[in-house]
Write a protein that binds this ligand. Structure first.
Ligand code: ATP
Ligand code: MG
Length: 421
């Protein structure tokens, strides 16, 4: 992509009413646009990051047997009355509206009901189980506080997978696989080293649920970490009894602020019961389906990465989720000159090889281009200038470090291969 054609521009200031670091950086760098508190649009750069995250999650979900689909956002009142979650006194974050004929409808704030209701039409026999459908979709919640940028949206994009198993044993087997898939996901998006599987309250069907909590001052949760074991306990269930039951050493536990980037939950028959989601087992008896839920907020995850992997100059994306692999910058005044021609050639060649390049071909000063590049945060910068050409090639520099070096154009082509190779 040519930066001259990217309509978004970097900004020196974020909107005056924006208080969260992730939103300030992402707005200034042109990744998101603020519609109102808790509601953001994803601009071209932001969408590229979101899609990278989506692909990483999809890959892990498919590996453990997930089947992607898409449930509707508009949902009927009747479905939610079955699980007793339509009433505003029970769920207070509903966005509801009505059809022209007065029929009440809601915008989905979660998916258990949609799946449980729908699957009664497809699950009949033990041979139909287990199944693991999931979707990526926008979720709507009328959150009371929305001051954390894209980490807490009123409209947000998530992945939710639901497991439908014959019994507890089958459920547990998948649950363990999901834990590992989640660990892989947070590792692959670059925050594995500061993300902990955290024991949290489990509702009525299991003692604990598992949250994946990333350490950040911007988080709203408090967790207690045992570094040696690599696990944590959420404040809500942090008691001497729990510490002991998990075999943790109380003296070594440290308190941290963290954000829940994902969670996995055993649901038992909480939803299969009201929806009568059952199957005929091998003995010919009716049996309720055992369910689990597995969520990740993609916007929250992107906001968390922005929050924790950034410095005073701007964003620093891990390669795996960066909108582009390389930021190619050409310097000089003469658009018809050899240096520009060389940069064009490099851009075309890399693009032809399938490498994602953002090419800063704008008529701006070196200082302005470098400042923008630091703000946008692509992990590797490649500068083509009269000076670099005279020195034998291009100047490369990692966003993370201070050191730069000159390499030949051939070396550049050899080093950068498309992701799929
Ligand atoms: P929280 O306690 O932070 O409100 P939650 O328990 O309501 O989260 P779930 O309903 O389990 O979250 O949703 C699954 C995942 O969706 C969460 O782990 C989180 O990553 C994400 N998520 C939840 N609420 C929001 C939101 N308002 N904005 C962005 N992501 C969210
Ligand atoms: Mg919530």
């Amino acid at each position: 992509m040519r930066q001259s054609q990217l309509f978004t521009k970097t900004r020196k200031e974020a909107p005056a009413n924006e208080v969260s670091k992730n939103a300030i950086l992402l707005i200034r760098a042109g990744y998101i646009h603020k519609e109102m508190a808790g509601v953001y649009s994803y601009l071209p750069l932001g969408l590229r990051v979101l899609k990278k995250i989506e692909d990483i999650i999809r890959n892990e979900m498919n590996t453990i047997g997930g089947i992607e689909m898409r449930t509707s956002i508009i949902q009927t009142k009747e479905v939610w009355e079955k699980s007793n979650r339509w009433d505003d006194n029970i769920v207070d974050n509903w966005f509801k509206t009505e059809l022209k004929n007065g029929t009440e409808i809601g915008l989905s704030f979660t998916n258990e009901e949609a799946y449980s209701s729908m699957l009664t039409q497809y699950i009949h026999s033990y041979t139909d189980l287990p199944i693991y459908p999931y979707d990526f979709k926008n979720i709507f919640r009328n959150e009371t506080r929305s001051k954390s940028g894209i980490m807490r949206g009123r409209e947000f994009y998530w992945k939710a997978l639901y497991s439908f198993s014959k019994d507890d044993a089958e459920h547990q087997e998948f649950y363990e696989k999901a834990k590992q898939a989640y660990k892989n996901i947070f590792q692959n998006v670059g925050i594995g080293h500061i993300t902990y599987m955290t024991f949290a309250s489990g509702g009525s069907f299991s003692k604990f649920s598992h949250e994946f909590q990333t350490i950040t001052e911007a988080g709203e949760d408090t967790i207690y970490i045992d570094e040696a074991k690599g696990i944590a306990i959420n404040k809500e269930v942090y008691t001497d009894e729990v510490i002991e039951s998990l075999g943790l050493n109380k003296d070594k536990i440290i308190e941290q602020k963290a954000v829940e980037v994902g969670n996995i939950f055993s649901l038992g028959t909480k939803f299969s019961e009201p929806f009568n989601l059952s199957f005929t087992n091998e003995s010919g008896e009716k049996q309720l389906v055992t369910m689990g839920s597995y969520g990740i907020g993609l916007g929250r995850l992107m906001g968390t990465i922005a929050e924790v992997l950034s410095d005073d100059k701007g964003l620093i994306w891990p390669t795996s989720v960066s909108p582009f692999s390389l930021h190619l910058i050409v310097l000089g005044k003469d658009k018809e000159g050899d240096t520009y021609k060389k940069a064009e050639e490099i851009y075309n060649e890399l693009t032809k090889k399938g490498i994602e390049v953002l090419f800063d071909d704008r008529d701006e000063s070196a200082g302005a281009k470098f400042a923008d590049s630091d703000l946008i945060g692509i992990p590797m910068r490649v500068v083509v200038s009269d000076k670099s050409i005279a020195a034998g090639g291009v100047e490369i520099k990692e966003r993370k470090g201070d050191k730069s070096e000159i390499i030949t154009i051939e070396e550049l082509y050899k080093t950068y291969k498309p992701n799929c190779e």
